[in-house]
Design a protein around this ligand. Structure first.
Ligand SMILES: CCCCCCCC/C=C\C=C\CC(=O)SCCNC(=O)CCNC(=O)[C@H](O)C(C)(C)COP(=O)(O)OP(=O)(O)OC[C@H]1O[C@@H](n2cnc3c(N)ncnc32)[C@H](O)[C@@H]1OP(=O)(O)O
Length: 279
């Protein structure tokens, strides 16, 4: 398979480390537990661009087909889980590339939210928008203190599509989800724990990964097929909705993102991020 030819396989202690040629993600399988840790490593902020999304898709497929016992998603950046979608993909976009970009984001969501293996996110840094989408697509979340997480799209003048809402709603009560989305609210770790957006707090990345592993281990005595089919039945309606509306969803996104007012807003937001970075 093409994917295999892109992979290099290294052994570190009892772990197998698989990394893609471009190294935007690594997959490390713990030989003792059989759990795969999928790490995003795209400096400076794990912005989800086309290449990172394609890597994530390939890595998730790899983990599914290697029959790993579970998947833990995390980041190599010590303060940022993911800054969400790379705004440079949406600002003054290239016509073909932006189509591939959104399609790849759909692929990642379908693969992660619909994954047959237990999934958990070790959120070791800030996790706005697309970062929060990835985290809420997993079944369990452990976050480090003093970071923020949420769907802040309305703060940028953009609208979270229905399937972003599905992931959010699979974690939060409807009333809290609706208000947070309308406000574009970012929750601190403590607030996120209080509303149930995350499940646990850990003091270090290692501790977060241990807690995620313990969650995945809690299924050890459950029949894997029964567990996977039960999970998929819970998520089937959300997944089917995007499968049925993929093309319309893409066209809606393209129409929306190409609106002059949206382009202007994205330009101003990028400028403000760059100014902040200089100060
Ligand atoms: C009716 C239905 C219609 C449906 C239509 C659908 C339309 C939906 C469209 C889009 C959905 C989008 C979802 C998203 O994910 S949008 C992205 C939202 N992300 C953010 O708002 C995060 C912005 N970033 C930050 O808040 C911070 O950068 C942070 C992640 C907290 C990290 O802070 P810090 O460590 O201080 O780092 P800096 O801010 O200094 O950033 C370093 C450099 O990285 C650049 N950067 C940061 N974030 C992004 C990003 N998301 N995209 C691109 N670039 C980013 C930043 O500008 C700095 O760059 P430089 O060093 O060159 O100055």
């Amino acid at each position: 398979m093409l994917r295999s030819s892109l992979l290099t396989l290294t052994r570190i202690g009892s772990n197998r480390l698989m990394s893609t040629a471009a190294k935007l993600t690594t997959v490390e399988v713990n030989d003792k537990t059989g759990i795969a840790t999928l790490t995003m490593c795209r400096p400076p902020v794990n912005g989800l661009n086309l290449e990172l999304l394609k890597d994530l898709s390939q890595s998730i497929d790899e983990i599914e087909s290697n029959k790993s016992r579970g998947l833990i998603l995390t980041s190599s950046n010590p303060t940022i889980f993911s800054a969400g979608l790379d705004i440079l993909e949406m600002y003054k976009p290239d016509k073909e590339r932006i189509r591939a970009f959104w399609t790849s984001l759909q692929d990642v969501w379908l693969a992660l939210y619909g994954s047959s293996v237990p999934t958990a996110a070790a959120i070791n840094g800030h996790s706005p928008a697309g970062g929060c989408l990835l985290a809420t697509s997993c079944e369990y979340r452990v976050m480090l203190p003093k970071f923020t997480i949420g769907l802040n799209e309305t703060q940028l003048g953009i609208v979270a599509p229905k399937w972003f809402m599905s992931s959010f709603l699979s974690v939060l009560p409807r009333r809290i989800a609706e208000r947070a989305l309308n406000q574009g609210r970012m929750f601190t770790t403590e607030e996120a724990l209080q509303v149930g957006l995350i499940d646990e707090v850990a003091n270090t990345k290692e501790e977060a990964i241990e807690k995620c592993s313990a969650f995945i281990g809690s299924f050890a005595k459950v029949n894997p097929l029964a567990r996977a089919l039960t999970k998929q039945q819970f998520r089937a309606a959300d997944l089917q909705q995007l499968e049925n509306e993929r093309v319309q969803d893409l066209e809606k996104f393209l129409f929306f993102v190409n609106q002059p007012a949206v382009q202007k807003g994205l330009g101003l937001y990028l400028e403000s991020l760059k100014k902040k970075a200089k100060n």
